[in-house]
Design a protein around this ligand. Sequence first.
Ligand code: ADP
Length: 168
Amino acid sequence: MGISILRGDITKQAVDAIVNAANSSLMGGGGVDGAIHRAGGPAILDECRDLRASRYGRGLPTGQAVATTAGNLNARWVIHTVGPVYSESEDRSALLASCYRESLRVADELGAASVAFPAVSAGVYGWPAESAARIAVATVRETDTRVDDVRFVLFNDEVYAAFERAMG
Ligand code: ADP
């Protein structure tokens, strides 16, 4: 598997699957979630609504992942995962690692060969960039998957630099 880091807007990536740092409502939000729904169009939200009605009436639990169409994006699927809100009093690293592992598991189920990840939880959810990057890179490296192209697409300099250090 090849792992790369890029600076830019994940909605511009041409890959099999784009991972969304969603919230558990699956009804859209700010940050990368808003950008994906804006660029992908209403088909994504339609499917999210169906998932809420059929499988996730209480929302998608933190650390889990589920796929929808990618609508107008240059991808076949969006994989929605819910990162943990950062906490100073509780170690939620296992949940953040689970986001990457579960997203790759869903990608394998779909047969996706290339997957683009944002820095899950590193925005509104407050996870320190250095730690978010270390968990992301270590978890992807440790995961047994058939995905052969994993790209971390980072939107700002601080997070990009943290991923550069985590890549070693
Ligand atoms: P969370 O709620 O999981 O923290 P956010 O969307 O607030 O999710 O932030 C996650 C990361 O995604 C942040 O580093 C943010 O800068 C980044 N981000 C925001 N928009 C985009 C985009 N269009 N492409 C890639 N990353 C983005």
